[in-house]
Write a protein that binds this ligand. Sequence first.
Ligand code: HEC
Length: 94
Amino acid sequence: MIVNLHRLGPPLVVICWMVAMLLNAQDLPEGDGKAITKRMCSSCHPLTTVTGKKASKDQWGIIVDRMVVLGAKGTDEEVEIVIDYLAANFGPKK
Ligand code: HEC
């Protein structure tokens, strides 16, 4: 069977675009700090800035402290939860 690319073209583009949007809206892994991390860390840059990073707990502590200095809003307790969550899910590559 011959597939008519001209007829398939536009829907394919739409599908690719939708997949790209979904990947872009990539959700955080499930966990205790998910909602807080989403709220605290997605206002200035996309969450992909966060999820693209791999760091140890100490390093995440330094980064999150720096973000708080920059203006990230959260209580001390929330900051702790976020650091634990990030270290657990975006720890150094093994
Ligand atoms: C008030 C705005 C703001 C908020 C809120 C914020 N950030 Fe950032 N973030 C920045 C800016 C500005 C940069 C780039 C400058 C820099 O790296 O210091 C950045 C860069 C980063 C980077 C890349 C730099 C690096 O060292 O790898 C990471 C990772 C990051 N942020 C994580 C976070 C996390 C985690 C949170 C939530 C706790 C967060 N950000 C919340 C402003 C913010």
